[in-house]
Design a protein around this ligand. Structure first.
Ligand code: S3P
Length: 179
């Protein structure tokens, strides 16, 4: 029985990349990050937004998500990947971890960020608006929600890894979406 990629979703600055990478390392599993994949093929994300616009970025992101979901590792997707209806449909067939973070904590994490959606004004206010807009989408897709505001990243990654390991056991009952 082949295991399914486990996907980390959540708002910008919730720790998807750093926690996903650590959890994958702990499990000796592949790690795939859609932002990194898009940038590798198409160049820096801020330049894609500036030169080609957000919609074009979303297309590139969708392609990266499709590639990522065919792996058997841990996948971190960009915070806005869930905006794509096909991605939402795909994620319903994968174990999904929602990482959350409170505004007070994320303020430090997004200081000096180059993320296009947080430019040109109060980055924290923009973050809050975007996070609230997507809150329901995240909640609907999540199989487990883990807050990353408190605690050491190492411990949070260990919690994620433990949950992922459970999804990857050979017990069919533990494997979402597998008949
Ligand atoms: C975005 C999140 C970013 C990146 C891009 C757009 C978003 O990824 O994909 O800047 O729409 O929330 P992170 O969630 O990894 O910051």
């Amino acid at each position: 029985m082949s295991r399914r990629a486990v996907v980390l979703i959540g708002p910008m600055g919730s720790g998807k990349t750093s926690i996903g990478r650590k959890a994958a390392k702990a499990l000796e599993a592949p790690f795939f990050d859609t932002d990194i994949a898009v940038a590798r093929v198409h160049g820096p994300i801020r330049e894609i937004f500036a030169a080609q616009g957000e919609q074009r970025f979303r297309q590139f992101e969708r392609e990266a998500v499709q590639e990522a979901l065919s792996t058997d590792g841990i996948v971190a997707v960009g915070g806005g990947a869930v905006l794509h209806p096909d991605t939402r449909a795909d994620l319903a067939r994968h174990p999904v971890v929602l990482l959350t973070v409170d505004p007070r904590t994320v303020a430090g994490r997004i200081r000096g960020t180059t993320r296009p959606l947080l430019q040109g004004g109060d980055a924290l206010a923009s973050w809050q608006r975007v996070a609230e807009e997507r809150e329901q989408l995240y909640a609907d897709l999540a199989d487990i929600t883990i807050d990353t505001s408190i605690g050491h990243i190492r411990d949070i990654a260990d919690r994620v890894a433990a949950w992922v390991a459970e999804q990857w056991t050979d017990d069919p009952a533990a494997q979402k979406g597998i008949e």
